[in-house]
Design a protein around this ligand. Structure first.
Ligand SMILES: C[S@@+](CC[C@H](N)C(=O)[O-])C[C@H]1O[C@@H](n2cnc3c(N)ncnc32)[C@H](O)[C@@H]1O
Length: 496
């Protein structure tokens, strides 16, 4: 195709294929047939602006340098979608404002450093929203060393981000309009962001499909929080998996990953723990392995209300930091229990399966098997074994616990509530049962029931010693849970 006709025509199928393949290889961008005309328009515009005489020459220009040079930059700027606005997705910003940022601030209070990365930040609204939130949350914000990194592959978007000028449409969220008088001033038809907020964010070009992270060079190590929202929807699952794996490595232990709503896939985020918040889900990198072995099914660290613990995803446990238990004397069930405590769920499961096969299994074996499978992320098997345990023993409280957890991760919250109701029916003094039930009720919008369950949990803790450990909590003390409940009550009551 000659240049003169470029703006008026379409690409042949062969050209569509080779250009889309190139964009996928270099930037992970996947263009399905349904987006073909969008891609064609962008390519033809970028081609028209290039020095190439025809499409073959244009393709050669794009491919002759490893990074594609200026021509590739122009093409990528044309093909990427930069839709964004301040405080996009209110539920996620609620979770960040009420839980994640307060928790990170608490964790980093001694060092007074925070490291946050908005990957695929487009015109900057996302990292600037975080900067404003931090200014609102942290009275001594200027005494902290705060890194907010905004990266994107689109250099035109990054230029707009650095400029800090925004139109009315960027404030379509109520929270953005509420903040505007504090952090913006009107300049003609646009709004200029205050220098205090602008200087908190650094913008750099970074291709998420490349190998430039995590690394010191790109300042993408030791992140406390990564936001990568509405970016991997343009990638296929393989590319997304690679990106998410690298985010995991870029995060500190306990660090958070926030992705867009349409990017949910248990498989891709399998290394992370799922944290449920009202109307949203966030991911958290596992914390440090605990010094004392504790059942991994229940959440750790302690259930501060600021960090939702109602739905810990069964996770592949962290590599054990202690030598494997050697229990030559122990019976297989005890041995399996020990293995579980040391985070070796797979071995525990295999051992328990031999007991099942040899027909010498009782409900205890099935309960443990359910927990092991849940830890390994095999939710269907976990459910099967829990039900088997319950068939043998209708009062197997632990089986109901695991079942509730599994159901929650299967998105069956009403069923999870029913299972937890069985837990507190079997043992009405089960504090964690009431506490977790409260969070599930709240999630379902059943506020009176949520507050009542929270109240039950609180009442049960009243007479207990501060330092006593809550059973099955992984080391949470009575005092910590009591404080957590009070803060949760305040938060919920304040919200209604
Ligand atoms: C729809 S915007 C999302 C902006 C913001 N995260 C939000 O949710 O509002 C997607 C951004 O991802 C960027 N992007 C696409 N592919 C990328 C890649 N391979 N590396 C880095 N950024 C990429 C695009 O340039 C675009 O700015």
């Amino acid at each position: 195709m000659k240049k003169e006709s470029a703006a008026h025509t379409t690409l042949g199928y062969g050209d569509y294929l080779r250009f889309s393949r190139l964009l996928q290889e270099r930037f992970g961008l996947f263009f399905s047939e349904s987006r073909r005309s969008e891609l064609e328009t962008a390519i033809l515009h970028a081609f028209a602006a290039s020095s190439a005489a025809d499409l073959n020459e244009y393709y050669a220009l794009l491919t002759e340098q490893p990074d594609g040079g200026l021509e590739m930059e122009r093409l990528v700027n044309a093909v990427t979608v930069n839709e964004t606005y301040f405080f996009r997705d209110a539920a996620q910003f609620d979770a960040l404002a009420t839980a994640v940022l307060p928790e990170l601030i608490e964790r980093r209070r001694m060092l007074r450093t925070l490291r946050i990365w908005s990957a695929g930040c487009s015109n900057g609204e996302e990292p600037y929203s975080i900067a404003m939130l931090l200014r609102d949350t942290l009275p001594d914000v200027d005494e902290w060393s705060i890194t907010i990194l905004g990266t994107d592959v689109n250099t035109a978007a990054l230029d707009r981000a650095r400029q800090g000028l925004f139109g009315d449409w960027a404030f379509r969220e109520p929270r953005a309009r509420e903040m505007r008088p504090r952090y913006f001033r009107r300049i003609g038809a646009r709004w200029e962001l205050s220098p205090d907020v602008r200087r908190m964010v650094t913008f750099n070009r970074l291709n998420l499909a490349g190998t430039g992270y995590p690394s010191y060079n790109t300042n993408t190590m030791f992140m406390d929080l990564i936001l990568c929202r509405n970016v991997t929807i343009y990638f296929n699952e393989e590319v997304t998996l690679g990106v998410v794996e690298r985010f995991y490595d870029a995060l500190t232990d306990g660090g958070w990953l926030v992705v867009g709503h349409s990017e949910l896939s248990l498989n891709v985020y399998r290394r992370f723990e799922v944290r449920n918040f009202p109307n949203t889900v966030l991911y958290q990198r596992n914390g440090q392995p605990r010094p004392q072995p504790a059942a991994p099914l229940w959440p750790s660290p302690a259930p501060e209300p600021s960090v939702s613990i109602v739905s810990p995803l069964p996770v592949v446990p962290p590599a054990p930091i202690v030598p494997p238990p050697v229990l030559p004397e122990a019976n297989p069930l005890e041995q399996a229990r020990e293995l579980m405590e040391f985070g070796r769920s797979e071995e525990a499961r295999n051992l328990l399966l031999t007991l099942v096969k040899s027909q010498s299994a009782d409900s205890e074996v099935y309960i443990l098997l359910g927990q092991a499978c849940a830890n390994l992320g095999d939710l269907d098997a976990a459910e099967k074994w829990c039900r088997e345990a319950l068939r043998r023993n209708k009062l197997a409280l632990e089986a109901y616990y695991t079942l509730a957890l599994v159901q929650q991760h299967q998105g069956k919250v009403p069923e999870a509530i029913e299972s937890l109701k069985k837990v507190v029916y079997i043992d009405r003094n089960d504090v964690l049962g009431h506490f977790n039930l409260a969070r599930l009720y709240y999630q379902q919008g059943q506020f009176p029931a949520a507050l009542k369950a929270l109240d039950n949990a609180h009442r049960l803790l009243e007479a207990q010693q501060d330092e006593a450990i809550i059973p099955r909590s992984g080391g949470v003390t009575v005092k910590r849970l009591r404080d957590a409940i009070v803060r949760q009550q305040q938060q919920w009551v304040g919200r209604e």
